[in-house]
Design a protein around this ligand. Structure first.
Ligand SMILES: Nc1nc2c(ncn2[C@@H]2O[C@H](COP(=O)(O)OP(=O)(O)OP(=O)(O)O)[C@@H](O)[C@H]2O)c(=O)[nH]1
Length: 579
């Protein structure tokens, strides 16, 4: 497998493994996120049901004051009525929110019917209150007063099952926050039990009259619950302690206000049952209300803490999910970058170097496109350059050798004096050098030329002049011989023309032209020596009787001999010489 393919497969495997691990971890966080979202919903439900309970409890304060006032009380009556309206609106809003939330919860959650029932009870209690306050205080019987107050208490009690259900569900869903939620419930119950005791004291304080034994019993039970709840708190607050956070500060305030001051006041009022209370119902309610609100605030602070913690868990899970996604994406990009870098820095330079080697092998010495700048790749390119230099050198050597051998070959086949082909060249062409006689083509023709009376020129004027005459004769022959015909110096003062494709007639015409060219102009040996030179010609051509080179040579030689014999400066063809 190619390196590139291996890299890609490796990267794909790496990414697949990373993706599987990421998805596995991601799903874990996604599940935790979903769970924390659900937990937040349950806790919000618990918070809202507590708020709705508090709102109903709080609604009792202005109602109780109003029940103890005359409509002629003027501004006080109006402001209390406005407080009651505001308190009812707050309750309605809280119940409405709770209603909407209950509708979104699974069917096994607190029953819708319980909530509706509580709302109906509340409406009934409000109607009773509204009817009663329309009567003059003197027309409000203690029993009637007690009944409407009890109706409000009952309306609030209707929410208890819902509070318990939401509490149970919230503790199951978010056990880590169970302690905080428990404290919220403790303060919610404290607020309700204290409020109930307060409500039960309204009629005795308004009348005033002693608290009935039955009511005494209920108050004692509620009082016992309050003590129990007080003991349930993690630690009793040092009366001199200063809280260092909202909850701490509020705890100190509650210890001082509710437990330190208001609760003893309630105990005193209960103990003085039937005697002069010195405190009227409205004044008592106004004194009690801020402490109850502190308890409510404390409950709210604990719930805030619980909600913040669960919300933080949800945020953490979401952050983890996003982090995993980001890491996976970053890893994906990293692997892709490494892969691309490997292709760019290693594979592409290798492929280009490979192409360059192939080009070199094919004789293309150009430097092709290169890539990569790492030390290793640079070393590879240097090696390629070295290879190219060697290749260029060896190619130059080969060319030089070739040219040299061509020159040597030409030299071996060239006559040094005249520059014509020499006899050796002629014999190579005709195959005369081979052991077996080579069959002659009928297209071949041969003209043998022999300078007449050359020896006397040598003898009289010396060899230098002789050589000059030979060069001049060769020059005149060359003028008439063009490719494909060839002219040779065959021996001392003897020349040959090997023709190809000429008829006997054409051969004779050629020979005659050369003869005339030699004989017509005397040769200037030097300024004072002019030599008239002639030559004799023997012409032969391949035919049915002339089958080999030897046959052709003999025929031409015989014709030449005859030309000499007949007086020189003439040509004789083999046809004529043999006839
Ligand atoms: N200067 C010179 N003389 C040469 C060369 N080769 C041969 N010779 C001379 O050529 C002469 C040939 O003489 P012969 O064979 O007697 O022929 P000829 O004198 O031309 O007489 P015919 O051929 O019968 O007309 C000899 O004297 C050779 O020495 C050469 O390369 N240079």
């Amino acid at each position: 497998m190619q390196l590139q393919a291996q890299l890609r497969v490796g990267a794909a495997l790496l990414l697949a493994v990373a993706a599987v691990i990421s998805v596995y971890v991601f799903l874990g966080y996604a599940d935790a996120y979903r769970q924390s979202k659900q937990n937040l919903k349950t806790l919000t439900g618990y918070d809202q049901v507590l708020k709705a309970g508090n709102a109903i409890s709080a609604e009792r304060a202005p109602s109780n004051i109003l029940l103890s006032l005359d409509q002629d009380a003027g501004q006080l009556y109006e402001s209390t009525e406005a407080q009651m309206t505001a308190a009812r609106q707050r309750t309605d809003l809280a119940l409405e929110q709770l209603h909407r939330l209950v509708q979104t919860l699974p069917s096994d959650n607190p029953d819708q019917a319980e909530l509706t029932h509580a709302q109906q009870s509340l409406l009934q209690a409000r109607t009773s209150i509204d009817q009663l306050v329309r009567h003059a205080p003197s027309d409000r019987s203690p029993q009637a007063l007690q009944d409407v107050i009890d109706e409000m208490i009952i309306a609030r009690k209707q929410l208890d099952p819902l509070i318990s259900d939401f509490y149970g569900q919230a503790v199951r869903d978010a056990p880590a926050q169970a302690g905080i939620m428990h404290m919220a419930r403790v303060f919610s119950d404290l607020r309700e039990y204290s409020g109930r005791i307060g409500s039960m004291l309204i009629v005795p304080l308004s009348t005033p009259e002693p608290i009935s034994p039955a009511r005494q019993l209920i108050i004692a039970k509620l009082r016992g619950h309050i003590d129990q709840l007080h003991r349930l708190m993690p630690s009793h607050i040092d009366p001199n302690a200063q809280g260092d956070d909202d909850i701490g500060r509020m705890r100190v305030q509650v210890e001082h206000g509710f437990f330190g001051h208001t609760l003893p006041l309630i105990d005193q009022l209960v103990a003085r049952s039937g005697s002069d209370y010195k405190l009227r119902a409205a004044a008592f309610t106004r004194q009690l209300t801020p402490d109850l609100m502190d308890l409510e605030k404390l409950e709210g602070l604990f719930m805030q803490q619980a909600l913040a913690q669960v919300s933080q868990v949800r945020k953490d899970n979401r952050r983890h999910m996003m982090l995993i996604g980001t890491y996976l994406l970053a890893f994906f990009l990293f692997v892709l970058t490494v892969l691309r870098a490997a292709e760019r820095l290693v594979i592409r330079p290798l492929l280009l170097a490979r192409q360059e080697i192939i080009n070199l092998a094919n004789g293309d010495l150009r430097r092709t496109l290169r890539a990569g700048n790492s030390a290793e790749v640079r070393a590879l390119h240097e090696a390629l350059d070295t290879l190219r230099r060697h290749h260029i050198n060896s190619m130059q050597l080969a060319v030089e050798r070739d040219e040299l051998s061509k020159a040597l070959r030409r030299q071996a086949h060239t006559d040094a004096l005249t520059g014509l082909w020499n006899r050796h060249a002629l014999e190579e062409i005709t195959g005369d050098l081979s052991a077996e006689p080579v069959r002659l083509s009928k297209e071949r023709g041969l003209i043998l030329i022999d300078v007449d009376y050359f020896k006397p020129i040598n003898d009289e004027h010396g060899h230098v002049v002789g050589d000059l005459v030979l060069r001049e004769v060769a020059g005149r022959i060359r003028r008439f011989v063009t490719t494909p015909h060839m002219a040779f110096r065959y021996g001392g003062e003897e020349f040959a023309i090997l023709s190809n494709g000429l008829s006997m007639k054409e051969l004779c015409l050629l020979a005659e032209s050369i003869r005339h060219a030699i004989a017509s102009d005397a040769i200037m040996a030097h300024s004072s020596l002019k030599l008239a030179v002639t030559a004799s010609f023997g012409v032969a051509k391949g035919d049915t009787n002339v089958l080999t080179w030897m046959d052709l040579l003999n025929a031409a030689d015989t014709a030449l001999y005859q030309a000499k014999a007949q007086g020189r400066n003439q040509l004789v063809s083999a046809e004529r010489s043999s006839s």
